[in-house]
Design a protein. Sequence first.
Length: 148
Amino acid sequence: MALGLGRWTVERVGSRVREMADSVREMADNLPRTQMPAVRMPPWVRLPEVKMTPAPRRGVHPLWVVAGAAAGAGLMYFFDREHGQRRREMVREKARTYLRQTTEKVDGTSRDMMSRARGLVVELRSKVRTGDRREPWAPETSSEARRS
């Protein structure tokens, strides 16, 4: 008996829901068709930014292809049977010349900087010396200074 009562209730509720859905459809069909006005957002409201990520790359990057071709061309240039030895010697000599010139420049610059630093130290010591009371720019007037 309870089972029959439950089935009747479900059927009755289902028919009521169908009737309500039909009445809502009729009301919607009877509404006048108008376009909704555009909603303008105030300037301080920002929509969330969507970050576009590029599609994942498939295969080898084109720069790797170019780098591989350049490396292959360089190897072919230097290991050529006819002229490769002459080219390698030429590169070796240019590298030696560049190394020698660079070493000379660095040595000259370091010697120059050392002599400038020594001169600066001597000049500072002469200005800071406590035993000498005269001004560094004043002429020497003592008889001892004239004798030496």
